[in-house]
Design a protein around this ligand. Structure first.
Ligand code: NDP
Ligand code: HSE
Length: 400
C-alpha cells in the first residue's frame, strides 16, 4: 500500500483524489499495489465530502506519519508550498506537483534536494495540464539533441482566443467562463499577461538545455491587446491568432518568448482550440514530434499528477532522473528575433508605411480608416525602428 497526502483540495487536488478513486483498479494492477489517500491538507473543512475524514489542517500531522511516502502539492503559489515541499524532500518523501510557479522558480534546487534524500520531485502536471510532455522529454527523447520547442501552453488564453475568434464573445465574458471551468489561475493576470506560459516554456527549455532558463528572462506579451478587429483581419487572411510559447537554440545562445501570433490554417497548431494545448518538440535526428491534449482542468491535470505518484511508487528509495542543473542559461533578446508582422496603421499613413516597409501584402477586412498589411521577414529591432518612422500604428501581431 502506497500512502499519500494531498496538499490543497481545490480544482486539481480534488481531481487527484477523484482519479485515484475512479481508476483504482487500473492503477493497482499497473503498480502492483494500492494507492491510498491518507490525508488531505486544506484550510477549509469539506462537510459531506466522501473524503472529509481525511481532511487535516496541520501539515505536521502528515510529516509525523512514517506511512506517507508521496505528497501531491496542489495548493499552488510560492508559500507555504515551497517550505512544505523542501521539508517533505528533506524527510525523503517524494513530491508530485502541478505548481509551475514553484517549479519554474526553484525546480533545480528541489530536484537536487530530492536526489540527496533518495526521493523524487516530479512535475508532469506543471506544463500542458494532462499532456505527457515532461516524461517524454526526460525519458523518451534522451537520444535527441533538442533544437526547438513550440507550443500552445496556456489553456485559458487559448480558450479565450478561440471563442473571440469563432463566436465573437467579449474578452471579459469568456475569461469569466474559463474561471468558472477551473482553467484560470487564482490571479488570471498570470494567464492573460503571459506569465503562466513563460513559466511553462522556462520549464521545458530548462529540460531541453539541462541548465536553468529563468522565466523572468523570457520576453513575453499577453493577449489583452487582441481585439475583434484583429480577428476580422485574421479571417480575411485565412489565419487565426494563437497564444504561442517558443524556445530555440540560436547561433549565439538560446532564445525563448511568449506572445500571440497569427498562424496559417495549414499549420497544425491552428486546429488546437479551446482548452487544448499542443507542444512541438524538434530534435536533430528525430525531427518533429507533437504532443496534444487538455492543457488545464481538474481531471486531466490530476491524471498527470497521479502518473507521477505511480512513477515515485515504482522507485522506492530512489530518485526518478531529471537533468536540470542550477546554472543559468543566457538568453538572447527579442531584438534579433525575425518574423513577418501583421500591422494596422491609420489610413493616412499608407504612403509612409509603403515607403518604409517596402514590399508588403495589403489586407482588406472591410474596416474603414485603416491600412493593414503583412511585412516581409524582419527583425524585431528593424520592425520597431520602422514603426517609429511611420507612426500611427494601431496594432501589430507577429506571424508564425
Ligand atoms: P485551487 O485554488 O482550486 O486549489 C488550491 C487549494 O489549496 C484550495 O482549496 C486552497 O484553499 C488550498 N490551499 C491554499 N493554501 C493552502 C494552505 N496554506 N494550506 C492548505 N491548503 C491551502 O487551485 P488549482 O487546483 O486550480 O491549482 C493548484 C495548482 O495547480 C496551482 O499551482 C495551479 O497553477 C496548478 N495548475 C492548475 C490547473 C488547473 O487547470 N486549475 C492546471 C495545471 C496546473 P482555499 O481555496 O481555501 O484558499
Ligand atoms: N491556468 C493554466 C492554464 C492552468 O490555463 O493553462 C494549467 O496550467
Amino acid at each position: 500500500m502506497i500512502n499519500i497526502a494531498v496538499l490543497g483540495y481545490g480544482t486539481v487536488g480534488s481531481g487527484v483524489v477523484e482519479v485515484i478513486d475512479t481508476n483504482s483498479t487500473e492503477i493497482s494492477s499497473r503498480l502492483g499495489e494500492d494507492i491510498r489517500v491518507k490525508y488531505i491538507l486544506d484550510l477549509r473543512d469539506f462537510p459531506g465530502d466522501p473524503h472529509e475524514a481525511q481532511v487535516v489542517h496541520d501539515i505536521e500531522i502528515i510529516f509525523a506519519d512514517p506511512d506517507i511516502s508521496v505528497i501531491c502539492e496542489t495548493m499552488g503559489g510560492m508559500e507555504p508550498a515551497y517550505t512544505f515541499t523542501k521539508k517533505a524532500l528533506e524527510k525523503g518523501i517524494s513530491v508530485c506537483t502541478s505548481n509551475k510557479e514553484l517549479v519554474a522558480a526553484h525546480g533545480p534546487g528541489l530536484i537536487k534536494l530530492a536526489e540527496s534524500n533518495g526521493c523524487s520531485y516530479l512535475f508532469e502536471a506543471s506544463v500542458g495540464g494532462g499532456i505527457p510532455i515532461i516524461r517524454p522529454l526526460n525519458k523518451a527523447l534522451t537520444a535527441e539533441h533538442i533544437q526547438s520547442i513550440t507550443g500552445i501552453l496556456n489553456g485559458t488564453t487559448n480558450y479565450i482566443l478561440t471563442h473571440m475568434d469563432e463566436d465573437g464573445v467579449g474578452f471579459e465574458d469568456i475569461l469569466k467562463e474559463a474561471q468558472r471551468l477551473g482553467y484560470a489561475e487564482r490571479n488570471p493576470e498570470a494567464d492573460v499577461e503571459g506569465h503562466d506560459a513563460a513559466r511553462k516554456i522556462a520549464i521545458l527549455s530548462s529540460l531541453m538545455c539541462g541548465s536553468n532558463v529563468r522565466y523572468e528572462d523570457i520576453y513575453m506579451e499577453g493577449i489583452t491587446g487582441i481585439t475583434p478587429e484583429d480577428f476580422k483581419y485574421a479571417h480575411a487572411l485565412g489565419m487565426s491568432i494563437k497564444p504561442l510559447a517558443l524556445s530555440r537554440e540560436t547561433d549565439d545562445g538560446f532564445f525563448a518568448m511568449v506572445a500571440p501570433f497569427m498562424i496559417e490554417s495549414s499549420h497544425p497548431l491552428y486546429m488546437v482550440k479551446d482548452v487544448y494545448n499542443a507542444v512541438f518538440v524538434s530534435g536533430n535526428t528525430l525531427g518533429d514530434t507533437m504532443y496534444y491534449g487538455r492543457g488545464a482542468g481538474k481531471l486531466p491535470t490530476a491524471s498527470a499528477v497521479v502518473s507521477d505518484v505511480v512513477d515515485c511508487a515504482r522507485h522506492p528509495g530512489k530518485t526518478v532522473a531529471c537533468v536540470w542543473n542550477e546554472q543559468d542559461v543566457r538568453l538572447t533578446g527579442i531584438d534579433e528575433y525575425k518574423c513577418r508582422f501583421f500591422v494596422r496603421v491609420s489610413a493616412d499613413k499608407k504612403n509612409d508605411a509603403d515607403a518604409v516597409f517596402g514590399e508588403v501584402k495589403a489586407v482588406d477586412a472591410g474596416i474603414s480608416g485603416e491600412y493593414a498589411f503583412i511585412t516581409g521577414v524582419m527583425s524585431n529591432a528593424d520592425f520597431d525602428a520602422a514603426c517609429g518612422k511611420v507612426g500611427g500604428v494601431i496594432s501589430r501581431i507577429r506571424t508564425f
